[in-house]
Ligand binder design. Structure first.
Ligand SMILES: [Zn+2]
Length: 311
């Protein structure tokens, strides 16, 4: 077996898994990320990684490399987390160096949504496409893009921040970047819950809002419709920009399924410019909550393929 140890550093949880080069997940473990600095957090992550290898039933000798996915900003070529807003106190953390020392194997770092795009492209919903977009809608909103069969990274690995596409330049304040009217400020799970609260609804989470909207509660329906409109608006710009064959939507909010994707697909196809609009499909992630580890492993194989191609 050719396998990678995949680590995913999220704002609220840590995940680890062993994933082989066909995208098969041999083990998957999750733990809540407790508040605190990088030392304790990475210590727990390393232990979780050890648990994933043990749980896979395989041996350490089968693990060739370690892939790490984390929200930006980061420097993927140096393997350093710069100052991710979802990890307060983590500044300039040389995470790949620390992982290399801990596991005695090469390690690579990528923006988590970019990595997830690679995972969907290689092994999931995006197999067979040439140009595709991945959008994750969770506590924040992130994105990744594959253009002409290659993962797009940008200069330092922070390209494809699709959550910060503007949908209303006088709009709500974005918690992620501080500007007004970002897509994230409307469709993130945090924003959906916040807008429900502002509307006086007694609904704590985006999932609660989705459920109440399905049940026909008028206030929840209004919040949900605004979410659909904002997502369709942002995705229409994204589709016009890249003319992808496919948009894959992942993250907790995407688990509302067709309640979200159905009307968004219809609206994006109507609003995008031809012929981009005609060809595009919008589907849910093939991996659900495991997309982070599949993505982190995919970047290991992606970098290997790049090296083989360019020597
Ligand atoms: Zn923003």
């Amino acid at each position: 077996m050719r396998a990678a140890l995949a680590l995913d550093i999220g704002g609220t949880k840590l995940a680890a898994g062993v994933v082989d080069d066909t995208g098969r997940v041999h083990s998957f473990v999750v733990a809540p990320r407790r508040a605190g600095g990088p030392e304790r957090g990475l210590g727990r992550l390393c232990a979780l990684g050890g648990g994933a290898v043990y749980g896979s039933g395989g041996a350490w000798s089968e693990i060739r490399a370690v892939g790490i996915g984390c929200g930006g900003p980061l420097d993927s070529s140096r393997g350093v987390l710069l100052s991710p807003p979802h990890l307060p106190g983590w500044r300039d953390v040389p995470v790949t160096e620390l992982a290399q020392d801990a596991y005695d194997r090469p390690a690579v770092l990528e923006n988590d949504a970019t990595a997830a795009a690679a995972g969907e492209y290689r092994y999931g919903a995006g197999v067979g496409t040439n140009t595709m977009v991945y959008l994750t809608i969770s506590t924040g909103v992130g994105g990744g893009v594959v253009i002409d069969g290659r993962l797009y990274r940008g200069t330092m690995g922070n390209g494809g921040e699709l959550g910060h596409v503007t949908v209303d330049w006088h709009g709500r304040r974005c918690k992620g970047c501080g500007r007004l009217g970002c897509l994230e400020a409307y469709v993130s799970g945090t924003s959906i819950a916040e807008r429900a609260r502002e509307a006086g609804l007694d609904l704590a989470t985006a999932e609660d809002v989705a459920r109440a909207a399905r049940a026909g509660e008028p206030g929840a329906r209004a919040v949900w419709e605004e979410t659909v409109e904002a997502l369709a608006c942002g995705l229409t710009s994204i589709v016009n920009l890249f003319e992808p064959e496919l948009v894959v939507v992942g993250g907790g909010v995407s688990r509302s399924g067709e309640q979200l994707l159905g009307p968004v697909r219809e609206s994006v196809r109507t609003s995008s410019m031809a012929p981009a609009a005609k060809g595009v499909d919008i589907v849910a992630s093939a991996f659900g909550e495991r997309v982070g580890v599949v993505g982190a492993a995919a970047i290991v194989y992606d970098r290997e393929a790049l090296k083989e191609a360019h020597g």
